[in-house]
Design a protein around this ligand. Structure first.
Ligand code: NAG
Ligand code: NAG
Ligand code: NAG
Ligand code: NAG
Length: 383
């Protein structure tokens, strides 16, 4: 009995070993294949390098990758800067990257794009799968609200390298085939590259959705009452999206943070001036299609600053436009001092347009409580 069992064990493990070896060989073979096709692609793209991408805007997938500017290292004290800022400076001149995923007809074509009333533009890193899933079935659901068409786009780059990057890209491809709501460019999705993401998106709007009426630009971890947003925008006097609108949580009189340990560190070499123009916090702001196009046009003449919301404020300032404060947009979240009040009471949230920051499960529950149940709110929260 013992011997028989022993023999079975040996043959099982031998079999496992063989199967594993075969799998490893197959994987290596596959990997080589991929490497080769990547190389071929790189060579093809290299051939294309001479062609200015701007000349062939209709084929963003064929754009060549942008090369680093090595002369950036010549600026004063370059070597003392954090690696992330060095990377930023090497690529500061880049404004075109190949698109990996596109939805050029999201707005029904450039000409017909005035049919979209509110375009939700959500900054999402490839790894934030859960946020995207929850947003798709809650506040970012594509629908008609009060006769107004709501459309959704996630804007993203790439994360990690090698197998991990390939896996995340495949996940995004799967999501794309099911939902058709992702714009992805082949650049590193990092904090200091958020401005690049916004600029690439503005180019996309110029190509594919120039007449959209309004946009919400924000993070994927906010609770947004998009129904209320539509009603607010529909109630604007004499603005159909064809006039200036830019509103959110305005930050006045702020200045670059010079401390290298801060997430928002901006050294003198990147910006010498000690003040920022007023801008709306990037957690979420509303703007008209008109203003989006103005920002796009200004951006072509404003060097990239690695903090996206400040950068957009700079583009506005260059056009002589101002952001407006909206009391319903709480990008710093909501502070409820009393322990007696449930800080997730839907009666508190139903009147706001946007609140930062929520976990996916909290967004799911809050949307359900605000949107579907017959809320009975006590007098102190009733408006
Ligand atoms: C550019 O690359 C695309 C494929 O990526 C190819 O179809 C096209 O012919 C190339 N154009 C030039 C000018 O090399
Ligand atoms: C853009 O490229 C495609 C093929 O890659 C070509 O068919 C088209 O004519 C080009 N357009 C322009 C304006 O060069
Ligand atoms: C921005 O993206 C480019 C292209 O992927 C990358 O080389 C660079 O390091 C990124 N910059 C930062 C600051 O992450
Ligand atoms: C509630 O959800 C339904 C279904 O998604 C939607 O049609 C309706 O507009 C939503 N109501 C509000 C106030 O957003």
């Amino acid at each position: 009995m013992m011997r028989v069992l022993g023999r079975t064990e040996i043959s099982t493990s031998t079999l496992l070993l063989v199967v594993t070896l075969v799998m490893v060989i197959c994987l290596l073979y596959d990997y080589n294949d991929n490497q080769i096709s990547h190389l071929q692609k790189a060579v093809m793209e290299d051939d294309n390098q001479t062609m200015s991408p701007a000349q062939n805007a209709s084929h963003p997938t064929s754009w060549p990758p942008c090369e680093p500017n090595m002369a950036a290292a010549d600026i004063r004290d370059f070597s003392s800067l954090p690696k992330t800022l060095q990377d930023f400076l090497y690529f500061q001149h880049c404004r075109q990257f190949p698109m990996l995923l596109d939805v050029p007809d999201k707005c029904g074509g450039a000409e017909a794009s005035d049919g979209v009333f509110l375009l939700l533009v959500i900054k999402s890193s490839p790894g934030n799968y859960e946020n995207r899933e929850v947003l798709r079935k809650t506040w970012a659901k594509e629908r008609l609200h009060n006769g107004a068409l709501i459309r959704r786009l996630f804007i993203t780059g790439t994360e990690q390298t090698g197998f991990e990057k390939a896996r995340q890209n495949q996940l995004l491809q799967l999501e794309q085939s099911e939902y058709g709501d992702i714009l992805q460019w082949d650049f590193t999705d990092s904090f200091y590259n958020l401005t690049l993401k916004q600029v690439l998106f503005l180019q996309w709007i110029d190509r594919n959705c120039p007449h959209v009426r309004f946009l919400l630009n924000g993070d994927d971890d906010v609770f947004a009452n998009t129904g209320k947003m539509v009603e607010y925008l529909q109630g604007l006097d004499g603005n159909d999206g064809d006039k200036h609108l830019f509103s959110g949580n305005v930050i006045y009189n702020s200045s670059p943070i010079r401390s290298p340990s801060s997430k928002y560190f901006i050294p003198m070499q990147v910006q010498a001036s000690n003040s920022y123009p007023p801008y709306c916090s990037g957690g979420g702001f509303l703007l008209s299609g008109y203003t989006a196009m103005v920002i796009y046009k200004m951006s072509t003449a404003v060097p990239l600053l690695p903090i996206d919301d400040v950068y957009i404020g700079m583009c506005l300032a260059k056009a002589g436009l101002h952001p407006a404060y909206h009391m319903g947009i709480l990008t710093n979240g909501l502070y409820i001092p009393s322990k007696k009040i449930d800080k997730y009471d839907p009666c508190i949230y139903r009147d706001f347009l946007l609140v930062h920051r929520f976990l996916p499960a909290q967004i799911y529950l809050m949307w359900h409580r605000v949107n579907y149940s017959n809320l009975k709110c006590s007098s102190f929260t009733k408006h």
